[in-house]
Design a protein around this ligand. Structure first.
Ligand SMILES: N[C@@H](CCC(=O)N[C@@H](CS)C(=O)NCC(=O)O)C(=O)O
Length: 212
């Protein structure tokens, strides 16, 4: 039986898969583990009553296990690993926090209106650290096989790529060749192509936060 999962619908297009990186992380995990699923697209600006009843906090993603709705992508990915252990996506502890500061650094830089506040350099430092890690251990964070850390990073790096190009005319420096190779590898996977938001929806999702 298919697993039921609630994810974000696109801003302004409630019938299309939206731009939530945490939702895509869960969908990537389901795809990579080949678990059949049924999608519920949630318009987060106008959440349906049934969704708020099963999930009063109102955040996506949520997934239904044994008749219970479970929130939070960290918890969901952990449960998916327990219930569907093959293929294993568990990272060894030494790589579990690789790249974990990239998303907050990206958001800070994206929202920054002060070019001297150091937010661009902070993001560059995180990307350089990832490049060095991939150079030593790549092509994925744990070597040849994709793991849960890659599936968490992939949607966040996609948002970084799309939103910084659009709002700041900024791209990942060419000399970070291992990061560029990593992005190509991640974004070309079938699982990613199938679960990604369209670029215009990523831009629409960030616009209110950038212009706040
Ligand atoms: N820590 C949560 C974060 C989930 C999250 O922030 N979801 C956002 C969309 S990307 C959301 O549901 N926003 C709607 C709201 O807060 O009302 C996770 O990893 O699942």
């Amino acid at each position: 039986m298919a697993v039921e999962v609630c994810v974000k619908a696109a801003v302004g297009a409630p019938d299309i898969l939206g731009d939530c990186p945490f939702s895509q992380r869960v969908l990537l995990t389901l795809e990579e583990k080949k678990v059949p699923y049924k999608l519920h697209l949630i318009n987060v600006d106008q959440k349906p009553q049934w969704f708020l009843e099963v999930n009063p906090e109102g955040k996506v993603p949520v997934i239904k296990f044994d008749d219970k709705w479970i929130a939070d992508s960290d918890v969901i990915v952990g449960l998916l690993e327990e219930k569907y252990p093959n293929p294993s996506l568990s990272p060894p502890p030494e790589v579990s926090s690789v790249g974990s500061k990239i998303f907050p650094s990206f958001v800070k830089f994206l929202k920054s209106k002060d070019p001297t506040d150091g937010s661009e350099q902070a993001l560059l430092d995180e990307l350089k650290a990832l490049d060095e890690h991939l150079k030593a251990k790549g092509p994925y964070v744990n070597g040849e096989n994709i793991c849960a850390v890659d599936l968490s990073l992939a949607p966040k790096l996609y948002h970084l790529d799309v939103a910084l190009a659009h709002f700041k005319n900024w791209i990942v420096p060419e000399n970070l060749t291992h990061v560029h190779n990593y992005l190509k590898l991640l974004f070309s996977r079938d699982s990613f192509q199938k679960t990604k938001a369209a670029k215009e929806h990523v831009v629409a999702g960030w616009a209110p936060k950038v212009n706040a």
